[in-house]
Design a protein around this ligand. Sequence first.
Ligand code: NAD
Ligand code: ADE
Length: 469
Amino acid sequence: MSKKYKIKDIKLAPFGRKKISISEKEMPGLMELRKKYAKTKPLKGLRITGSLHMTVETAILIETLKMLGGDVRWASCNIFSTQDEAAAAIAKTNTPVFAWKGETLEEYWQCTLAALHFGKNLGPQLIVDDGGDATLLIHKGYELEEYYNQHKKLPKITATVEEEIIIEKLLRKFHKKNPNYWHTIVPKIIGVSEETTTGVLRLEQMETKDKLLFAAFNVNDSATKSKFDNLYGCRESLADGIKRSTEIMLAGKTVVVCGYGDVGKGCAQSMKSYGCKVIITEIDPICALQASMEGFPVKKIEDTLSEGNIFVTATGNRDVITLKHMKKMNDQAIVCNIGHFDNEIEMDALNKSNAKKEEIKPQYDCYTFPNGKQIFVLSEGRLVNLGSATGHASFVMSTSFSNQVLAQIFLAKNRPEIGLYKMPKYLDEEVANLHLKHLNADLTKLTKKQADYIDVDINGPFKKDDYRY
Ligand code: NAD
Ligand code: ADE
């Protein structure tokens, strides 16, 4: 087992604690859940690993899970997203946390492993994942042991992608000292609750291939998560990321938003509200039609390159902006990504190209091509709102994290079979309810006659499961 914590600087703890106490008041959902479950402690004695951006909001999630009885270990799910003061405040409470802003990829995966390792042959029983990296490491470790147990030797590393090689090397090193770790811990894992669109896609792919080793809870697709965090969260935190790093005037600029899903819609609306001309790229005709009906031109990326001043990827897909695209962009174009992984932009190709890279400040780089043209890349192509700013504001994270807490309680209580689960509608509505008072919203109560007329229970759920909001 690794030591108690690994963070930037424990002296930042008082600053982190101040921020946490301010933000607690902006997270009414989490505070209400603390009150509701503080006595019964539904997570009592359960070992919980978190792999989720180590921010102030996450610190409040961690402390909620602990108040409900959880024994928590944490790592960030991104090398740039940790707020060091938040990590310090959590470390100060003797919660093992392994995260700092500016980890290398090697360090990142060591931190994920440390968060998953509670002691000799002791792993988590519950996992809070964001993007699926904790789940991935467990599945890869398990696969490696399967091979070893069958062939009495470890397989050669065949991966070619740098990050995959790092994971394979780390797991081989760990295997030497802990040869049956993953097979020992997996049967005790009750399940994982997954925060984001990209992580849910990974889980769906594993389920389809019959590869899932434990139950999984899709938090992203609760209405009170994706229709709030992805949309309203990004509507504010995208601009924060762009402005904190570049200090650029947004009004009058042409912004190309790639992807018009929940995140893309928030980004486009935000940039429009600043007075930008917004262009959308999409592959889905329904989303493209939605963009058109909002008045946004929909174009192919190739046809935006000489027009755009700022490019934002929000697709959850790979290779959306390629090196070829970047070479053709306007001088001083800004390129960033708000999707979960950096592969939305061809960063590898850019870094290996003949463009000269110069750091202006951390998470803000200038690339100069041989013809003198420059582009700026934010957060090395990783989530710009968390790498170049502090992510979404507390209030919207309260809606996301209330879903996470309810999902953890659901898993602990029901111990479901392997499969992918979603929040029942009445709990989704409960999360919304927990946040209404804070905004002085006064909900209308149905009469019995009205409830019968629209065929719902007077206390909800108020919509059918497939309602799209
Ligand atoms: P979504 O599925 O609702 O939207 C993605 C959209 O991109 C879809 O409409 C899809 O048709 C489109 N798309 C796919 N490939 C494309 C391509 N090549 N070109 C143009 N469009 C393309 O997903 P979402 O919920 O909006 O999430 C998008 C990404 O953002 C995911 O990776 C998700 O995990 C991440 N996310 C980030 C944050 C954050 O704080 N940074 C918050 C929530 C979600
Ligand atoms: N995702 C987006 N914003 C976040 C935040 N502030 N904390 C944790 N995860 C986030």
